[in-house]
Design a protein around this ligand. Sequence first.
Ligand SMILES: Nc1ncnc2c1ncn2[C@@H]1O[C@H](COP(=O)(O)OP(=O)(O)OP(=O)(O)O)[C@@H](O)[C@H]1O
Ligand SMILES: [Mg+2]
Length: 498
Amino acid sequence: MFGRRTGPVEPAKGTPAPAAKKPAPDSAAPQKPAAKPQPAKKAAKPESKSAPAAPPRVAAPPPKPQSTVEIGGRSDEYFQTKTTIFNALIDTIDLSQLAQLDTEAAAEEIRDIVNEIISIKNVQMSIAEQESLLQDICNDVLGYGPLEPLLARDDIADIMVNGANRVFIEVGGKIQLTNVRFRDNAQLMNICQRIVSQVGRRVDEASPICDARLPDGSRVNVIAPPLSIDGAALTIRKFKKDKLRIQDLVNFGSISPEGAKVLEIIGHCRINTLISGGTGSGKTTLLNCLTSFIEHDERVITCEDAAELQLQQPHTVRLETRPPNLEGTGEVTMRDLVKNCLRMRPERIIVGEVRGPEAFDLLQAMNTGHDGSMGTLHANSPREALQRIESMITMGGYNLPSKTIKEMIVGSIDVIVQAARLRDGSRRITHITEVLGTEGDTIITQDLFVYDMDGEDADGKIIGKHKSTGIARPAFWDRARYYGKEAELAGALDAASE
Ligand SMILES: Nc1ncnc2c1ncn2[C@@H]1O[C@H](COP(=O)(O)OP(=O)(O)OP(=O)(O)O)[C@@H](O)[C@H]1O
Ligand SMILES: [Mg+2]
């Protein structure tokens, strides 16, 4: 049979012994290069020849007992049987030939051989167990191994792998430990390598940090040993094909219908907006919602680190930054993209995440006729967002007095929308805040909408309400009037303050 080595499968006597073999290599994935010798640290005393012993490494504290989410309901016995069969498969199959087949043919080949191994070794299992074992082994050899069932689920927002034995998922805003585990850290590393090699990158001890993307658009970060002490740490932000729309946010209670109306007006009337929030608070989702209010005849340019936004407008140019290649050259930064945008006759510029000196260029763009530009940034309140923007500009090496930077911020940003993930896992828009001007050295802001927490119910769900602060005429009133949205704005604010 194609893809087989010449040696036959050794028949087992009786039922299979639990995996006593060496850990099997993870087949089709490029193998991890031999660990490079660590550069000996400088000895404290020059005359001492031997490198000093490494400081004792503090073992990771044992994980707190936490309830585990069962994925696929696999028992320990199942894992042992799988390892035995997997090892026999690796001994039987010729991986270099298998790699030449397309995925379907390779899967078929693996299935044939695994079925044969099961019958020769006389493994007792039901048809359903055999089917899930076949699927798991195909996933290990050809796909992303134990991650596959998690990647297939659309309700999972994040997958977080902390070494081979601890895999967490985020569902409905809550982080949960799962029973998913890798055979060992080598298998985890091989799967990380398989993911990043698809985008022409590699991760190993020499270059242990890597960003990548899965073919479905999911955002991936890998940090490998020795930087990550207990095995590779892999973080995946799952790409949602059906992005949440503003109506979904209203249905979830993330924003009130009136607040959503105000956001619609902000998006439509070309008001420069910054979306602020913590990690995973829903900033990108909110930005995507705001872009849906852009008119279809506007030319929009988006700049992102990993393309997540899904704009519906026909006249959209999507740009993505590029990390340096293996030789450390060829990097294209967010700043390069935003600067280049300005030469592309944009009407609006959308920056996925502002985190460095590109803040300056985005503000300049907002200030110079590209009204309605938007971006997100990490901050826990609108005020902190303003401070972050200021420090990004200062750290970018612009030698400007603080007052000038503040004036620039005030002249550019009209509105800050604050997103938050609350402790019950729900995501809320907690502020819609206007940036009004400066008074001395302080930027003056005015909240239009705030989320008022009233406490929590019996199930621990946070109860609260979005309230208008009673501002009848926001600073962008004239702009709303210019776009014919004055009555809608007045209606939304009136309804919210009742
Ligand atoms: N209002 C919401 N209600 C429920 N789920 C939401 C809401 N907003 C976002 N999500 C979900 O939360 C996850 C994270 O959202 P998103 O990517 O927008 O966060 P983010 O703040 O941009 O994260 P990061 O800081 O990592 O870029 C996604 O799976 C998204 O579908
Ligand atoms: Mg984001």
